[in-house]
Design a protein around this ligand. Structure first.
Ligand SMILES: Nc1ncnc2c1ncn2[C@@H]1O[C@H](COP(=O)(O)OP(=O)(O)OP(=O)(O)O)[C@@H](O)[C@H]1O
Length: 300
């Protein structure tokens, strides 16, 4: 198993007003993964992400990026991470190219134009290269924020709600580019309130609530562990087996709805029905979604 590219140990943050936003976060993210950090509003996601790049100073705990401690080896740690924050921060008078060029200089990178051009092309910004930031639309500014975070080709890319309030075209374009970077070996961490998007993209998930990680694991493991998969059918012949009674979640328009964990469990249910000479019709299954899990662990 590869070493964690992000290793967070016992991270706490108490803001100056006494509010405890992070209560001892432990999180390891494996190199090459596509990781979703989810949680309701105010859970502590941005506090955690902003701690990774020094925008928030943790009260205690350790963060290592690609093996570099952000306190002891800040420059090397920051060379390995690019964060797309929620806020749009750009100099109104600088052109898109100037912003990216200055940002390259900040990382000590010369002759970075080929990569800058590639980023701009993939984000649909090529035509805006000489446009000053103040003349860009909100969606365009957000693309620039993504470009700025990628200018030093960081192995770890963190996106804090990158698709909040953006149109479908940008959303698709952004995910295509991020998928391409992921295939090239970059590790992706994202927060999003679009749970369907997270379920489709992320192979691993952590859910944070009230400053604590309440569940974490691979997306498949987590979804398989909740008995929220359902099988629905109508019994047209035979008596419903007594040993399946405890599985019945509800009766719905003369249909039984039973919960099951995984394919093996579903096979058991179907075999039991068959062994009891039951004949069913309108058989439908539906899989648990990340939304079911989210509601279950956050009660939201
Ligand atoms: N500077 C601050 N001073 C005091 N409290 C703060 C400060 N910044 C954030 N908080 C509080 O910390 C908590 C966590 O905020 P944070 O922005 O990390 O949550 P989040 O999970 O990113 O939420 P969202 O999904 O709404 O972006 C919230 O209750 C917020 O009000």
């Amino acid at each position: 198993m590869s070493s964690p590219i992000l290793d967070i140990h016992n991270l706490h943050k108490t803001y100056s007003n006494g509010f405890e936003a992070l209560k001892g976060i432990n999180l390891q993210i494996t190199e090459g993964s596509f990781f979703g950090l989810l949680g309701p509003n105010g859970a502590g996601k941005s506090t955690l992400i902003n701690s990774l790049v020094g925008l928030v100073k943790p009260t205690r705990g350790q963060i290592r990026i690609a093996g570099f401690d952000i306190e002891k080896n800040k420059t090397l740690a920051l060379m390995n991470i690019g964060v797309v924050a929620q806020e749009i921060l750009c100099d109104p008078f600088l052109s898109v190219y100037e912003m990216l060029s200055f940002q390259s200089g900040y990382y000590g990178l010369k002759n970075n134009d080929d990569w800058i051009e590639e980023i701009l092309e993939n984000l649909g910004l090529t035509e805006k290269i000489q446009t000053p930031c103040r003349l860009l639309s909100g969606g365009m500014k957000r693309r620039v924020m993504v470009a700025l975070a990628l200018v030093h080709k960081p192995p770890l890319i963190v996106l804090d709600e990158p698709t909040a309030g953006v149109d479908v075209q940008l959303r698709n374009q952004l995910w295509q580019f991020i998928e391409k970077l992921h295939q090239k070996g970059h590790t992706i961490v994202l927060t999003t309130h679009y749970l369907e998007e997270a379920q489709n993209l992320c192979s691993e998930i952590a859910i944070i609530n009230h400053g604590e990680i309440v569940t974490a694991g691979t997306t498949d493991e987590l979804l398989n562990a909740i008995e929220q998969n359902t099988v629905r059918f109508r019994l047209i012949r035979g008596n419903f087996p007594a040993n399946l009674q405890s599985r019945v979640l509800r009766l719905e328009a003369q249909h039984y709805v039973l919960g099951f964990f995984n394919a093996q469990d579903l096979t058991y249910i179907l075999n039991t029905l068959s062994a009891n000479h039951c004949i069913v019709e309108n058989l439908q299954t539906s899989r648990a979604t990340l939304e079911d899990l989210f509601i279950k662990v956050t009660q939201q």
